[in-house]
Design a protein around this ligand. Sequence first.
Ligand code: AMP
Length: 142
Amino acid sequence: MTVALILADKGREVFTMRPETSVSDVVDILASKKIGAVVITDASDVVCGIVSERDIVREVSLRGASVLDQPVTQCMTRKVVSCSEEDTIDAVMGIMTRNRFRHLPVTANGRLAGIVSIGDVVKRKIEQAVRDAEELRNYIAG
Ligand code: AMP
């Protein structure tokens, strides 16, 4: 099972914002779109960061609510780890576990091609486990 399979099912839309966007506007998008992270891209649409709800909670705790008026560059992670459509779901799970994050942008030819979250990955793993159990049951019964 590969990342391409997840994207074929969930779609390729990625919510992106520019580095000069305020943290407050990012919070609005996270809330209204019911997502946990936004990818930050520059004017050439090149990925330059990622910001998740955790980054914002941490910065508000450290520096207070005034951080909401600051540009998102104050909160975002600049070194973004991404994956490709050919990566397996197990490989993606490994990357997320090792790095302790729950979002992985997908790139193809240097461009954003989608995003997968830990929720997407866990959903497929559960579906696969259910299928495997069903096959085993059928095998034993047959
Ligand atoms: P998350 O678990 O995705 O909410 O993110 C936890 C931390 O990892 C936050 O500091 C994020 O900015 C960072 N992060 C999330 N996804 C990535 C990624 N793909 N590459 C690098 N950092 C990330």
